[in-house]
Design a protein around this ligand. Structure first.
Ligand code: CMX
Length: 136
């Protein structure tokens, strides 16, 4: 894992949160996107060497809705940018890391993504994010 692509931050409302990031902190908005496969609306911000991804649940049974209910707003996950995501997943599995799926799934921004269970990553939800096959 050589590069952090983005940090995911769970929020109740993107529209209420955005002015803090764009105006108070001066971090430019890259764009917003619906991610129906995850029950989410997301906003990406350009924090220079890393992106921030604001995550707003649009469905009550999404992972982020559950997170907000249990833990409140805050840092939700850290995403490593990788190539050859299936190979990286296989390597992690060989090292005993518990992955949340056997194969990568479509995520925000046209990426293929996979998650490591926080219980096998010392309390952190890590994402692998592969944009190498992305259609521009
Ligand atoms: N970071 C760290 N720990 C977390 C966590 C998170 N984001 N989410 C849950 N946990 C912890 C909980 O605190 C709990 O720990 P305790 O047992 O000590 O209390 C444990 O993991 C189990 O949590 P849970 O509330 O019972 O939640 P679930 O097992 O139902 O789900 C998880 C947890 C990680 C499997 C689920 O959130 C998931 O499948 N995540 C992957 C998908 C996802 O997060 N998508 C959103 C981002 C998508 C995107 O970026 O596009």
């Amino acid at each position: 894992m050589k590069r952090v692509d983005h940090i995911g931050i769970a929020v109740k409302s993107i529209s209420e949160t955005l002015p803090y990031y764009t105006e108070t902190l001066g971090i430019p908005l890259l764009g917003t996107e619906d991610v129906p496969t995850q029950g989410l609306k997301v906003a990406f911000l350009d924090a220079g060497n890393v992106k921030l991804e604001l995550l707003e649940p649009v469905s009550e049974d999404s992972a982020v809705a559950k997170f907000l209910e249990k833990r409140g707003e805050g840092v939700h996950h850290i995403a490593f940018g990788v190539a050859d995501i299936q190979e990286r997943m296989n390597e992690l599995k060989e090292h005993g890391v518990r992955l949340l799926s056997d194969e990568p799934r479509p995520g925000a921004g046209g990426a293929q993504v996979a998650f490591m269970h926080p219980k096998s990553s010392f309390g952190v939800l890590y994402e692998l994010c592969d944009k190498s096959g992305k259609q521009e």
